[in-house]
Design a protein around this ligand. Sequence first.
Ligand code: GLY
Length: 384
Amino acid sequence: MPHSEPRIDRRVFLGTGALAASLACSTTHAADLNRAATNATPGARDRQDKVAAHSARKDFPVLIGSANALPGMQRYYANLQSGGDPLDVAIDVVKVAEADPSDTSVGLGGLPNEDGVVQLDAACMYGPWHKSGAVACIENILHPSEVARLVLERTDHCVLVGRGAYEFARAHGHPHTELLTESTRRLWMEWKESLSSGDDWLAPPAGKSQAGRPLQARGGVAGDPRPKRSTGTIHCSALSTRGQIACTTTTSGLAFKIPGRVGDSPIVGAGLYCDQEAGSAGATGRGEASILANGSFAAVELMRQGATPLEAGLEVLRRVVRQAQRLAIRQGEMVDEHGLPSFGLNYYVLGLDGTFAGVTLKQGGEFAVADPVGGPRLLPLVAL
Ligand code: GLY
């Protein structure tokens, strides 16, 4: 498995680091490292050897993410509380959804592209190093978030795509896995049969889909004959007991997308971003809008300038609305009859002081959080 290989010395990556040397002499830091060493991956231990230790705070640690991160938070928040590495814990959280065939937005059972092939995007970022890793359009690999972490830890690259990403994952021991389930194959076939009356595919039986679910509503906006497609995704940002920040986002992307389409999730600044000086943010929803807004980067930059997580998230959404209205001049389907975005988009924003917010373009929905105040739970998203 990926972390059974010998450690790579990352001193060259971090520079000579007087800071790291002084921290190595700190008995507080040594105690922290001992505590965190349980369950830590070699990559995590490597990171912990060289990053600044903050003194433990009562309001730390914190996890924030999309609602589908709750089961993972329930399982892994304790690891963060006992001094676990924030990148390891964030990835452990999202791997629960990646392996869950009932979550059609990510990993196994994620909805496929228009050819019926599941293509996944994922990225992660580690604040203390200011380094990211990502894979895009990767096929037949169950845990793209882990592969993204390997790109971060085991290469000096930021992104691998397609076949290269797959071969890289296989070289690190990830097994070849069929990600299309019988349920998602049926949903894909239903979508294909519903696309047009001008092709040779007859419409599926009326009323109920072959997959046992109601047929998807047609049209994102009034009068649009095209089937509405879902965007899903899972994001998780983590703040460790010592104030170290990290994040990850992983997805199967826009359902029935054009093969090769890359959404916001593996794009640093769009689907996720963290900065050890300012905070962390991540997105779920319509990836193109998040790419065009560079929304996660914008949220973190706004916090750097003094905004709270809530103010930062809402300001990014205001920009998204204005940008969608401009784009609608060329591409009408981006807004509804009221001139508001016809797509959904959420941001999950985490400040370095442990404050957080979950914001959304439309009313409704929840986000997941875990902190010392209430443990892992769902909270309502704040709508623009
Ligand atoms: N936010 C996921 C995607 O659009 O691909």
